[in-house]
Design a protein around this ligand. Structure first.
Ligand code: SF4
Ligand code: SF4
Length: 471
């Protein structure tokens, strides 16, 4: 069987024969690594603690997909808040575009949970147990199994924290404290998410950023030549090459055609530290997650050879490659914030004027109408969603006709965030239809809450044509 090999590098995580190229990046100590550690561990602390905090009785961030409730710092949006949700999502997406246009993939390198957990938790454990890349591996067959046991415990904790954002810590603790036989679905969900974390952080790793993450794939359209990225300065670094030793003073060697040499000494430190296995000197690449590891690595080398730092640095293509002036004002840095401002303003106004309850009146099951003691009775269902933070008692009546709304179940009390559907009978006098040859009457149903809420909803009633009842 013949083995096909690629002529050029296809992916930084693949060998020429298509097998996995395992990356073991060597950490490069420096100011950016220190800063990323501080930011990363602070983010982990926030990520872990946020589901346990409460604002107005709810977690600050809860995306309860099953209940279709989305809570953001004390405000809960329901499926009936479609416009608010759409405005929020659009604002988030445009903010990401704007941030990327200005600062490139700063999110990937500094705040993405994938990078933060992989580079600051999982890989350091591997290095601690099995040794530093480039050095002799630590002895002991138990090291690798132990690493995976630690990974499993970590992944289980991480999976639970992740799920807490979708089901809340109250429900999650019920799952954890009770036997799996009481909730097989939930148990399997936790197992599946834990398995996915193990697969990602133990095996798939940087490939998630390189081949799976849609944000990475969209870079080419979100960046322009003035976006801040991590760049190698070829004007200063090239032609690269090992530094030639200075000849001893007393040995006179003829210098024949000696080419000027750039600052890059081709030490490959920027490559061995790269968590996605690329060479930043090849220019802007999709695989670069802007982690700044190569800056620290190269700065250390520059210090050692007595050259100024910044051969690899934060800089736009315009400033580093074209040696042009940085332009902050560009079409996309004007259009994005303008759109975001418009969306946020619309969102704020809609949220501020949002009513504390959502009401809908629907036709009830059964006969369209019945006549009971000279009254025309229409079955109806009144749906009330309480968006207020307290339980509210609601009452119903008819505004534009003589009659009443009879609630067989008595008082309608709705807990915060809950939706209650109540079957009622709308009873009106037959004269209501006196002017209705088509047997229809547009009634106004009023819903009042004991918190001061009031809303009038239009609802079509059916009855005898012209109000004439059969003898
Ligand atoms: S670390 Fe700096 S000097 Fe070394 S290869 Fe990379 S760019 Fe060149
Ligand atoms: S090229 Fe540099 S900034 Fe980009 S991923 Fe590699 S080390 Fe990080």
């Amino acid at each position: 069987m013949s083995t096909a090999t690629a002529q050029d590098r296809v992916l930084s995580t693949l060998n020429a024969d298509g097998t996995r190229r395992w990356l073991r990046p060597k950490p490069a100590p420096g100011r950016f690594l220190n800063a990323r550690r501080a930011v990363g561990y602070a983010l982990i602390a926030i990520f872990v603690s946020l589901p346990h905090l409460r604002i107005a009785g709810k977690p600050p961030l809860l995306l309860d997909i099953a209940a279709r409730e989305f809570t953001f710092f004390g405000t809960t949006l329901y499926p009936t808040d479609t416009l608010l949700l759409a405005l929020l999502m659009l604002s988030v997406f445009l903010s990401i575009f704007f941030l990327t246009a200005l600062f490139g993939r700063v999110w990937c390198g500094w705040a993405c949970p994938q990078t933060v957990y992989l580079e600051l938790v999982y890989r350091p454990i591997e290095r601690l147990l099995e040794g530093m890349p480039g050095r002799k591996a630590k002895k002991g067959a138990w090291r690798k199994p132990l690493r995976f046991v630690i990974y499993l415990v970590l992944s289980f904790g991480l999976a639970n924290t992740f799920l807490a954002y979708f089901v809340g810590t109250d429900r999650l603790s019920q799952w954890v404290l009770h036997s799996p036989t009481e909730h097989w679905g939930a148990f399997l969900l936790v197992v599946a998410v834990t398995g996915l974390m193990m697969f990602d952080f133990g095996f798939f790793r940087e490939q998630l950023c390189i081949v799976a993450c849609p944000y990475g794939r969209f870079q080419s359209v979100m960046l322009d030549r003035n976006s801040l990225i991590i760049s190698y300065d070829p004007n200063r670094g090239e032609p690269r090459g090992k530094k030639k030793r200075k000849p001893k003073q007393d040995v006179a060697l003829p210098v024949v055609n000696e080419e000027p040499q750039g600052d890059c000494i081709d030490c490959h430190m920027c490559v061995t530290t790269c968590p996605t296995g690329i060479d930043i000197r090849d220019g802007l690449q999709l695989e670069c997650v802007n982690c700044a590891q190569c800056i620290d690595a190269c700065d250390t080398i520059m210090d050692k050879i007595g050259k100024p730092r910044g051969l690899i640095r934060y800089g736009s293509q315009a400033t580093v490659l074209d040696q042009a002036k940085q332009r902050f004002i560009r079409p996309r840095t004007i259009i994005y914030p303008t759109l975001i401002l418009g969306l946020v303003t619309a969102f704020t106004i809609l949220l501020a004027t949002r009513q504390p309850a959502f009401v809908n009146v629907l036709r009830g099951p059964g006969a369209p109408f019945t006549i009971v003691e000279s009254m025309v009775v229409n079955p109806a269902v009144i749906k009330v969603q309480n968006r207020a933070p307290e339980p509210v008692t609601y009452s119903f009546d008819i505004v534009n006709a003589q009659g009443e709304i009879f609630v067989p179940t008595g008082a309608v009390v709705v807990a915060p965030g809950e939706t209650v559907e109540t079957q009622v009978q709308i009873r009106v006098v037959a004269e209501t239809f006196a002017q209705s040859p088509d047997s229809k009457f547009q009634a106004q149903v009023r819903v009042q809450g004991d918190d001061g809420f009031e809303k009038v909803v239009e609802h079509r009633l059916l009855g005898p044509a012209n109000g004439v009842m059969d003898p």
